[in-house]
Write a protein that binds this ligand. Structure first.
Ligand code: ZN
Length: 345
């Protein structure tokens, strides 16, 4: 379970959201943490409920007006049950990424492919918008470029259908004395024991670019990295003027630095690139150049929210972010008893 109380595994998810009622309760809590308030007359208090209705409507006891729980969200005006939307949002925002509509249909047990496709498209729309704010500042930023294989009909081998993607990722340094014992993947050893890296990734930006000329590299860094940040790069000449012309503190390698040295200098962006490639090739079997930016944005969305599953989940469903934890901690703290009577662990 996420420390803020949001499910992070399938089994937790099914306990927290076992049915449509649980989803309805969640939506209601998100919108009115302190109980229903009629948006028409402002009356506070328990509304009328219609458990047999497929649409989720609350009716004010004073003015008798109906309020839809899904208004303003991607779930609005669809006949799909809330639990299906919730499942879908969980699947697209977790780190096991990239569902095809076919896989999605199977996983959600939907009879119609079109429904799966529609849900997937609506949920993905929330992920493919580019992230606008700059990264860096107090954290150094690793910048590098990678060639991603495009897919073109009848294309031969070679680089001519590959596309450059520029990436920038924040390098966060672990605090001195922080427990670095690793359980899963690990990179360092100390006394025969696996250790987490001394640095870990913060926020990420990815952009499809036509080439890796200096003007392109400089424009990318300038638009995505906070002015004055430390920018770490390899020895590629496209980054040569980051300090002089663009005002960054440039920490670049010598032009012919070997692979090992470059990997030590830019561990995080290299990891991002290899995962990005594996995802695009593995899940999507290559992507046409036109769609690559959208896939990059989706990757960035998930990456930047990997520690905030609730934010990612709410965001793709279109649930307003104005109501955030800690108000909801109580919901899943274990003290909250589910409407079905099941205690949430
Ligand atoms: Zn009212």
């Amino acid at each position: 379970m996420d420390p803020r109380g949001f499910p992070t595994t399938l089994s937790e998810f099914t306990k927290v959201f076992p049915d449509d009622t649980a989803c309805r309760v969640y939506l209601e809590k998100m919108r009115w943490p302190d109980g229903f308030v009629c948006p028409y007359c402002g009356r506070k208090g328990e509304p009328y409920r219609f458990p047999t209705r497929p649409t989720v409507v609350l009716r004010c006891r004073a003015c008798k007006k109906n309020t839809s729980l899904t208004a303003g969200t991607v779930m609005h005006s669809a006949h799909t049950p809330l639990s299906i939307w919730f499942w879908g949002a969980y699947l697209v925002t977790t780190q096991t990424p990239g569902q095809s509509a076919m896989q999605f249909q199977r996983q959600l047990g939907l009879s119609r492919y079109e429904t799966a496709y529609m849900i997937l498209q609506k949920l993905r729309a929330g992920m493919v918008r580019p992230e606008r704010d700059t990264i860096g500042g107090e954290h150094a930023v690793e910048v590098d470029e990678v060639l991603i294989g495009g897919k073109a009909r009848g294309a031969g081998r070679g680089n001519h259908h590959k596309v450059y993607v520029l990436g920038a990722v924040e390098q966060h340094v672990r605090k001195a004395g922080e427990d670095r014992a690793a359980t899963g993947r690990f990179d360092d050893y100390e006394g025969g024991k696996p250790l987490k890296r001394p640095v870990y990734a913060g926020r990420l930006r990815l952009q499809v670019v036509p080439d890796r000329k200096a003007a392109t590299c400089e424009a990318f860094v300038t638009s995505h990295v906070t002015p004055g940040s430390i920018v770490k790069t390899d020895g590629w000449q496209g980054y040569d003027n980051l300090a002089e012309t663009c005002g960054f503190t440039h920490d670049g390698l010598a032009m012919n630095a070997d692979h090992e040295l470059t990997d030590a200098h830019l561990p995080l962006i290299h990891l991002v690139f290899s995962n990005l490639k594996a995802w695009i090739l593995g899940t999507h079997h290559g992507v046409s150049q036109n769609h690559l930016q959208a896939y990059c944005n989706e990757y960035v969305f998930r990456f930047n929210r990997r520690f905030y599953p609730m934010t990612a989940f709410n965001s793709v469903l279109g649930i307003a972010a104005r109501t955030m934890p800690p108000t909801y901690e109580s919901l899943y703290s274990g003290e909250w008893t589910h409407p079905t009577g099941a205690k949430v662990a």
